[in-house]
Design a protein around this ligand. Sequence first.
Ligand code: PDD
Length: 277
Amino acid sequence: PIIMTQSKFIHQDHLSYPFEERGLQFGDGIYEVIRIYNGKYYLFEEHIDRLFRSAAAIKINLPFSKDDLSNLLLQLLDKNKMKTDGKVYMQVTRGSAPRDHVFPIDVLPNIYAYIEDLPRKLENLENGVNAITERDIRWENCYIKSLNLLPNVLAKQTAKENGCYEAILHKDGLVTECSSSNVYLVKNEEIYTHPATNHILHGCVRMAIERFAHELNIPFHEDGFTVEDISLADELFLSSSTSEIMPIVKVDNTQISTGKPGKVTKQLQAAYEKDAH
Ligand code: PDD
């Protein structure tokens, strides 16, 4: 596999960093994950825009323009002869320097991007998945796609240990998002989700869902819901670049409504299918 690093292309095995690397020592960096369908990026501009927003938010100056980066990522597809479904993972850290909390001077960010096959989770998309609820113990700047994912990792592991696909996070009962996805409740064919504040990552698929809802005349409320509301929901679903629009049919061992993916969720999935293919 060929990876992109510092605006160049090299074989993956040739990437090496000194151990004093700020991403490793401080989690001092940001990342993006972009979905690839049939060898093409989906919601490409949205992801590029968010990468630049995340970098600016932590005061990293990217050494290229949005157009330059788009070109590099397109070349990455070409160089790997990518034709299937997959994802690109891209990471930017503040760079390599002797360990010191203060920003290093005149150090360039470390950048790499690689692509990987990622088949669609068709069975989960059709039947739905289970989730647990967990306290959201993250920081105040969750809109930044930061490398600091320890609370997310721990929540997802707890979900896994309980036989579940995701952990739905809540602050004092108010649902924010999941460990690596956004989450939505449907009641009376209207969608509710936490507003796009600093407490959640503004998902690119979330943006697409807002657009689909508008096109389908389904009310989309940026109004949070609580853990208690979940048991009364007609439908529940999550979204992310890797999971798409995924029905949730059971939460904390309690079945949601009929225990099958609901009407609004399926309408949105159909709209996604059309948009992405
Ligand atoms: N995660 N919220 C969190 C905390 C996330 O980590 C993600 C994405 C999302 C959904 O964002 P988007 O629709 O832009 O993919 C919401 C990626 C896929 C990851 O960390 O692997």
